[in-house]
Structure formats: structure tokens, C-alpha cells
Design a protein around this ligand. Sequence first.
Ligand code: SF4
Length: 342
Amino acid sequence: MNNPFIPRLVYFEPKALDYPLGEQLYKKFKKMGIEIRYTTSHNQVRNLPGENDFQKYRVAKSTLVVGIRKTLKFDTSKPSAEYAIPFATGCMGHCHYCYLQTTMGSKPYIRTYVNVDEILDTADKYIAERAPEITRFEAACTSDIVGIDHLTHTLKRAIEHFGQSEYGKLRFVTKFHHVDHLLDANHNGKTRFRFSINADYIIKNFEPGTSSLDQRIEAAGKVARAGYPLGFIVAPIYLHDGWQKGYFQMFEHLDAELPLDARDDITFEFIQHRFTKPAKRVIEKNYPMTKLELDEEKRRYKWGKYGIGKYIYQKEQEEDIKSHLYSYMEKFFPNAKLEYFT
Ligand code: SF4
């Protein structure tokens, strides 16, 4: 994906226009000639164009709903942060294994919330409750926030807000390279900017509608040069022909791009591919042609919360993945911190 996301259809909830960001977005989309509709609530977003579920799903993924975040109680977001901070939900990407497919169910459209000040005020209250302990907020639990931020600049505001915070920190992860407007944000080192990366083969086959590996790595270089603490989530680690080489090249490429002075504060998170039975059903419905291997027989079953277990790689395969990825990380980034492997 070269161009930043532009919605095909935009809905406004009535109160959204009372907020400066709502008004600004309204003018922007009007000027761009994008079809605008009104809805009393995002739940009323019906009659999306499309003849069947397959088409409607695709239209929904390019539909933006501009609204208000009513629930200002933040979810927890362990282990990587204390809370999830809700600026947006949904994503325009089409990663076959995206967790949003099961969590967003029948509402895959993208929502952006314009009451940003209220959301940030709430974050400050959570921070005050825990101070002087640090409170971390994850901004990418329910969306790929970077992917829409060129339109809203909400993330930029949040980065600058946390930049001034004594005990609050922000983090997020993205598969998009549209980071230029975030480079001059006054982050003060309080935001950890993470990229989700993978072997080239996997991004090409399973992550349509997102940025290429080259684009993400180039963007990571820019982010590092802008002084942000950097992180990489390698996920999902997926076995395929030549996977060792694919992951080695990914690290080699990172090594060639990242400036030397950014390497002492880099984190890695490794997540092997997994699926649940409900996720498999949704993937096969939304991406019927996928080449993704989802064979329960080949996997190891791991009991999960609420009785929904997941299928992960066999123990030996898992060890093989670990030993290769750890050795690449240590070779190219000896000072990086491995947060977890799961
Ligand atoms: Fe899902 Fe992330 Fe892909 Fe968007 S970029 S579809 S949030 S996995």
C-alpha cells in the first residue's frame, strides 16, 4: 500500500459535529468529495453497499464512522500496558489472521472518536490514581491507529500529551508506514513506537492492504532518527518454505536501516501463529481463498480462557522458531530487550 487510507464512505454521528475535530473532518471529507451520511449511532450503520456479506465486509472496511467515545472506562491491556486507550476501532487492512475479525464481528467499519480531550483527561485520572508508579497506555488494541492518523492527527495529539506527562507513557503498534506527520511530535521519549513486521513472504501473502516490509522498515528508520524508543512485534511467526531465510533477511534489513544510536533501547515481542476454532471459521468466510494453514491436526492445543483453546505449533517446531529468532536478534541487536515469546 503506497497511499494513505481514504474512506469510500463516511458516517457522522450527530454530536460529533459539536467537537472541533468532528467539524474539521466534516469539512475535509466534503472537500474531498467523499460521500457523507448521517447516523444517530454507529449501530445504525446499515445498508452498506454490496450484494452479499463478502462485498459488504469489504465496503465496511473502507467506511469511517466519526463519533463520540461514550464509555470512558478503559479496558486493561496486560502484559504490555496497564490500559487500552480508545481513540479508534477497526482497520482498513485485510490481514487474513487479524484478531479484529472475531472481536468486531458484524461491525468491521472503522470508528474514530472526536472527544479526544475527554479521553486524554480520563487517561490523566488513571495516571493520577497510580502515581508515582508509571501507567502505560496501549493505543492499538482495537485498531491500527497509525493507519488513519494522517486524517485525524489524534495520535499525534496523544503523543504530545504524554510527552508532557510525568507518570504516563504511550505505546502502539502499526503495519503502516505513513508516519511522517508524527516525526516532529514532541514525544519526549514517552512513547514507544512499535512496528509489526514479518518475513516478506508472509506480508505479501497474508497482509493485503497494509504497507510492505520495506516500507515499514524505512518508516522505522525515520522514527528511530526522530528519537522515539522503538519496538518490533514479529507476529505471527509462521512456518513456511524457507522461513529461516525469510526471518534472517528481515533482521538483516532492519540492521541495515536502523541508526546505531537507536539500538540500545529496542524491544522485540515474538508471537507464533495461532488460531482458535471460531477464528478459523471467520477467516474462511472472509478470505475463502487464503493459503493460510489452519489444520488443527498439525498443531498443539493449548487451553485458553472461556474454554476457547488455541492451536499453536508443536513443541519441537516452537523450539526451532525460538532458537532461530533468538539467535538472529542476538546477532544483529545484542542490546535489544526481548519482552516475551508466546
Ligand atoms: Fe488487523 Fe492490524 Fe492487519 Fe489492521 S493492520 S487488519 S488491525 S492485523
